[in-house]
Structure formats: C-alpha cells, structure tokens
Design a protein around this ligand. Sequence first.
Ligand code: S3P
Length: 436
Amino acid sequence: MNLRFEPAPALTGTVTPPADKSISHRAALLGAMSSEPVRISNYLRAADTISTLEAVRALGALVEEHGSDLVIRGTGLRNAREPGEPIDVGNAGTLLRLLPGWLASQEGRSFTLDGDDSIRRRPVDRVAEPLRLMGAELEATQGRFAPLTIHGRHLRSVSYEIDVASAQIKSCVLLAGLAADGATTVGEPSRSRDHTERMLLRAGVPVRRHGRHVTAVNADELQLDSVAVPADPSSAAFLIAAGVLVPGSRLLLSDVGVNWTRTGFIRIIRRMRGIVLGDLEGELEDLTADEPVSDLDVAHGALEGTTVEAEEVPLAIDELPLVALLGCFAEGETVVRGAQELRVKESDRIAGVVEGLSGLGAEIEATEDGFVVTGTGGLRGGTVESRGDHRMAMMGAIAGLASQEGVEVVGMDAAAVSYPGFAEDLRAVGAVGGRG
Ligand code: S3P
C-alpha cells in the first residue's frame, strides 16, 4: 500500500501512542513461563506482538483476550510443549532473539523458529553462541539465519560478554539463565534497554546490576501476577518529531513510558534545542521493577545540529532514522557514530535513511557506522521506500508532513507491525493525507 502525506498545517491535540512493543513481547513470554495466571493490561495489538501470542499458544500457554487486556495461563518455566510444526515469528526480531532463551532449557524437546523473508535475513548466531556455551544445541541456516532449531538441554550458567550493546541478546541469555544451574552474568559494552531485568525483578527473580553487567540466578518459578504496559516511546517518537518539525504544532502525548534506557531520543532533541517537556526518569545505577510513565508536551521550534556517540546509540537505537530527519531541519551538522547495528535491523537503516532522505532533497552521507547530515532548513519532498520496515515507512510519513511538496510512502502497510493506527492518529491531530 502506498500513502501520500501532504505538508501539514499546525498539528494540535492529544494522542496516547500505542502500547510498548518491547514490554508487550516480554510480558507475553514471561506470562507463558509462569505457572500462575498473569494479567496484562494494554497489550500491544500489532502484528509483531500478535506473533508472540501465537508463539506462546503453540508452546502450550492459554491466552484469554479481552481487547488489549489479556490473561495468560503459562506452562511454567520448564514445561513448554513441543509443537508439531515450526513456530512462525512473522517479522518480530525480538521474538526471534528472546524466545530461544526460554526454549534452550526445555530438556529433551526441540523447536524450530521461522518467519517472513526479512526475518530470514536477520542474524541469530548472536543468540545461538551463548546458548551453546550454556549447553543447548542449535542449528541455524548457513550458521546464522532462521529457520533456527533449538534442542533443549540441561543448562549451565555462564558469564558472557556481548560485543554489541543489545537488549535482545542480553535478555535471551538472562531468560536461559533462569533454568540454568547457578548465577548467569551478562556484560555489554554500554547500557541497553532493561525491560527484561525490571520484569524479572517484578516476577521475584533476584537480578542485580553492577556497572555494565547484570546477574540473574536460577528460579523455580516466576511470580509475575500482572503487567501494565505503558505507551511506547519509540512509537511516540514519530509524533514527537512531527510536533517539533511542523510549524505552529503543539501535541500532548499521554502515558508514555519514560524508562531512561528508552528516552535517548528525547534527550537528543533537547540537546538540539527542541521542545519536549515531561518528567523523564533519570539514569539509574541500580535496577527497579517499575516502568515509569509521563505525559509529554511537544512544541514546534528551531533546532541545532548535534552529535550522537556510540554510548548513546542503544538508548535511541530505533529512533536514529528520526535523528537524521531532524538533522535535515536543524542548523549545522548532525552526526551519528557507532551505530553499525542499524545495518541489521528490519532493513539496513543506514542505507535506507540516506537513500530515502537524499531523494527528498537532504544533504546526507552514509558512513560505515552512521551518517552525517547537513541541515538545509527543510526538505523538498518526493518518494520514500519503506523497504518493508515499519520505522522507515513512518519516518517517510513524518518527512512528508514537514516537507514543502509532500511525500509518497511506498509500502506504508509495514507500519502495522508496531503502530497499526499510525495514519489515523496523525489525521486526528490535523495531518493531511495518509489515506489509501
Ligand atoms: C529490542 C531491542 C533492540 C531494538 C528492537 C527491540 C528489544 O534491538 O532495536 O527494536 O525489545 O529488546 P537490539 O537488542 O538488537 O539492539
């Protein structure tokens, strides 16, 4: 589906962005790993997180759905059922990376994970390696890709250093550690989102953070009880960018998750002198079980270029395409470094951002691990290819609203994996276009 987004008049109004995708995946998985029922409120009803519900059903969990409120009756930590056929993860990279952590400890049972064409291009060796060290057996296509088969074994704990900051790898190892002998420690080069650690704490697992390392001990069972999912800061980011870029705009976004490991983008905008008010969680040394929320008040204003260095990248990883977009409108240069992980997302987001924004009139160059944008005060408009990637599609739409001539997004349906109501929410605050 192609949709055209026209230059917008001032955007105004209040939106509650969709539920957090990362937290929804984790709530469904930990619900399935629990023995007692787990209530989840405001679960994300989007393609990726529906894949997770289907996956946990295939593994023997019962999922009762009352709109976006769910009750999951899990199988317990060590009793996942072996399904008769491959589990379809669809387009969900987080499911593909987290689920093997649980399945690796299901002794004597085997599981195959597969998904769409894009998921078959995303590396899984990064989770297969630590799980093998823990004693599981895994077979990946060409050693690296889905379909991925996991043969569950009795696991031993490990101390594992990840060479990229990745919440998916960290979470996978921690989930495997729950059923391994002893205490499992994961180290990463810099901090990444910590939803898994917070939810495990909430489920009664003693999890400790010490600098760049997290340790979890094995558990007999999880005691999760309930999870309330906040609005997703990564989905909110598109509305924030729209509010900051479209002249005269003022948007209020309600109940957005402001866990500090997810709000790097807001800090980057503030550094660019953009106006995003709200009560953000400050950097925490220790772990907490809470997922704080805040309303965010966004207003249009002039921007200055900035530099994003490697340490900040994991805290804004999914929003970096939007940093490039903001950079087009900012005074001076905007540089992102240390973000080579962008090349293995739903699409190569360095290539996609550079090609997409250049086509709209931007002065932007790719580097090996990021990009350099020279602000020109605006964008002409044109066509953006989503490349089947939800975040590229939504970035194209926001570029259209802020452009001089509008943007046609080719493959807008990609947005459905995380934000099915995206075009409707934009129209509700005054955007023009976005109709099929
Ligand atoms: C996610 C972690 C990030 C992020 C992805 C969701 C998660 O991936 O890009 O959209 O929920 O753990 P990496 O851990 O590979 O950086």
